[in-house]
Design a protein. Structure first.
Ligand SMILES: *[C@@H]1O[C@H](CO)[C@@H](O)[C@H](O)[C@H]1NC(C)=O
Ligand SMILES: *[C@@H]1O[C@H](CO)[C@@H](O)[C@H](O)[C@H]1NC(C)=O
Length: 161
C-alpha cells in the first residue's frame, strides 16, 4: 500500500517534471545589429555595431499566415540583443526582423540582411536548448565611408580567388 502510494507520487512528479520545461520554460534569442558603413551587403572590418536598435521576433502560422507571436527587444552597447521567448513555436515560421535604428544616418534596413529565420523550440536534436543564435542583421549607412572604395576592392578580389 505504502510503496504503491510512493510510486504514484514519484510518477506524478516525474510527469510534472517532464512537462514543465516543455510548456513553460523560457529561452533567449541572441543576435546583433550592425551599420554597414560601406553599403557592402556584408560585414567588413569598418562595420560598426548599433546600440539601441530595435529588433522584433515574429512567428506566423504556416497555414493561415497569421502572426501568432510577436515580441521586441533592443541592442546593447555591443549591438547585441537578448530577447526572451516563452513557449514552443516549432510549428510556426519565425524570424527576427529589424524594427528601427537610433542613427538617422544609418537607418535603411539592408534588404538582404533585414531578417533571419529561427526555429523556436526548446529541443534541438533532442537536447534542451536555452539560447538560439540568429544571423546578424544590418542597416545601410547613407553614404559609404571614404575608405570603403579601397576596402571593397580588397574584399571582392579576395572572394574572387
Ligand atoms: C581593414 O582591412 C583592410 C584590408 O586588409 C586594411 O587595409 C585596413 O587597414 C583594415 N582597417 C581596419 C580599420 O582594420
Ligand atoms: C526585407 O526586405 C525584403 C526585400 O526588400 C522585403 O520584401 C521584406 O519585406 C523585408 N522584411 C522585413 C522584415 O523588413
Amino acid at each position: 500500500m505504502a510503496t504503491r502510494f510512493v510510486f504514484l507520487i514519484a510518477l506524478s512528479f516525474s510527469i510534472i517534471l517532464s512537462l514543465v520545461p516543455v510548456t513553460t520554460a523560457k529561452y533567449h534569442v541572441k543576435g546583433c545589429v550592425y551599420c554597414d558603413t560601406c553599403r557592402a551587403g556584408f560585414e567588413t572590418n569598418v562595420t560598426t555595431y548599433i546600440q539601441g536598435a530595435r529588433v522584433g521576433i515574429r512567428c506566423i502560422e504556416r497555414a493561415s499566415k497569421k502572426v501568432v507571436f510577436y515580441t521586441e527587444g533592443e541592442t546593447d552597447d555591443k549591438g547585441t540583443y537578448h530577447i526572451e521567448v516563452e513557449n514552443d513555436h516549432h510549428d510556426n515560421i519565425c524570424q527576427t526582423v529589424l524594427v528601427s535604428s537610433p542613427l538617422n544616418w544609418c537607418s535603411t534596413p539592408d534588404p538582404g540582411r533585414n531578417r533571419s529565420s529561427i526555429v523556436l523550440t526548446h529541443y534541438k536534436n533532442g537536447i534542451l536548448n536555452y539560447l538560439h543564435y540568429a544571423n546578424s542583421m544590418g542597416f545601410l549607412k547613407d553614404e559609404p565611408l571614404p575608405v570603403c572604395h579601397h576596402l571593397l576592392k580588397y574584399y571582392l578580389s579576395d572572394s574572387d580567388v
